[in-house]
Design a protein around this ligand. Structure first.
Ligand code: AHG
Ligand code: MN
Ligand code: MN
Length: 337
């Protein structure tokens, strides 16, 4: 039972038994993500100081080379998961290929692989707007004790055992699911502890926010143009309001709380959309469905798509159930015309 103000550590221990194959391994993994999130949070929070600290040379106060924050976040998550010997493989938006951990060491009995977008919305860092980290966890499909292969990463989203995000916002939150609803924890920065602040998060069934980069309007498919027109019509409950931050994590988080739809469709310039199936769309789709929302590529469920490559892109429509259904209807109708 989720209790408000419970710490994330307490929550993980208390809910460990509800995992399908409970051995404590998944709990330790989520604990590692919690730790890496705190380290990255600390760095993100002083991002504005980087120029001041680093002005004299290109080095920071510890004498290390200054790194771009997405590289820093990538390194921290990979280091934490590798050092604690907690996973058998990692796939990251920032790396061309997946990383096999202890692949030559048959003592590695770890069962889980992690996929991450270490810093989502990184173009917003320079302007002090919220960014995030997205993660997704699967059980490997190849035998334990052997090196991981691409098959362990190219699993359908409905095979996820956990997924979540960290939002480095006005406060820092970790929001995640292990298939038993979605819970949100807020970091108390003074003591470095996450507390359960948003138990059992649910998308309102109908929302009034649509989030899409309308600058690409001319390149949208007709169904998306029609849906936008629908959102803007003067009706009893419309026009809806438009909100677009340009950080998927932040746009999703706001819509989850207030009710809304996030769309990154295919465009004539990007025929598969922009967002990555494995690092962005699947984890958000899992969270959306666990929070009574939906996620489709405009036609089919995101989590039913069988990935064919690590960095595959797909269009995404996700958020409040009724809104996603409506957008899907417009996509279907425009195809039939
Ligand atoms: P990332 O910073 O990990 O590359 O992701 C950016 C993504 C996503 O967060 C955001 O919603 C989208 O790109 C914004 O794209 P546009 O600038 O094309 O709207
Ligand atoms: Mn991203
Ligand atoms: Mn990223």
């Amino acid at each position: 039972m989720a209790k408000k103000n419970q710490t994330l550590g307490e929550f993980i221990i208390e809910n460990q038994t509800e995992f399908k194959y409970s051995s404590g391994e998944l709990s330790r993994l989520i604990n590692s993500i919690r730790l890496a999130a705190k380290v990255v949070n600390h760095e993100v929070n002083k991002a504005g100081l980087v120029d001041i600290i680093g002005a004299a040379g290109e080095t920071n106060i510890q004498g290390e080379d200054q790194q771009k924050l997405d590289v820093y976040a990538n390194d921290k998550f990979i280091q934490t998961l590798t050092n604690r010997n907690i996973v058998c493989g990692i796939g990251s938006e920032e790396n061309d290929d997946f990383i096999a951990i202890n692949s030559s060491d048959d003592k590695n009995q770890n069962k889980y692989v992690v996929l991450i977008d270490p810093l989502d919305g990184s173009s917003n860092i320079d302007v002090n707007v919220s960014v995030g980290t997205i993660f997704s966890i699967y059980r490997r499909v190849t035998p334990v004790g052997t090196p991981v292969t691409i098959d362990d990463f190219l699993q359908k989203g409905d095979q996820q055992v956990a997924a979540g995000y960290v939002i480095y916002g006005t406060s820092t939150m970790l929001v995640y699911t292990t298939g038993h609803g979605v819970n949100g924890f807020t970091l108390n920065p003074a003591i470095g502890t996450f507390y359960l602040s948003h138990p059992n998060m649910q998308f309102p069934e109908v929302g009034r926010i649509y989030s899409i980069n309308e600058g690409n309007y001319a390149h949208f498919p007709q169904g998306v143009k029609d849906y936008i027109k629908y959102c803007q019509e003067e009706k009893e409950d419309r026009p809806y309001t438009s909100r677009y931050i340009g950080s998927l994590v932040s746009d999703f988080h706001r819509n989850l709380i207030k009710g809304g739809i996030y769309i990154y469709p295919q465009t004539s310039k990007a025929p598969n959309g922009k967002l990555r199936l494995l690092y962005e769309c699947n984890p958000m789709a899992y969270l959306a469905e666990q929070a009574n929302g939906l996620a489709t590529d405009g036609f089919q469920r995101i989590m039913d798509i069988k990935p064919t490559e690590l960095h595959q892109r797909v269009p995404i429509f996700c958020g409040s159930r009724k809104m996603v259904e409506k957008a899907k209807e417009f996509m279907k109708n425009s195809q039939e015309k």
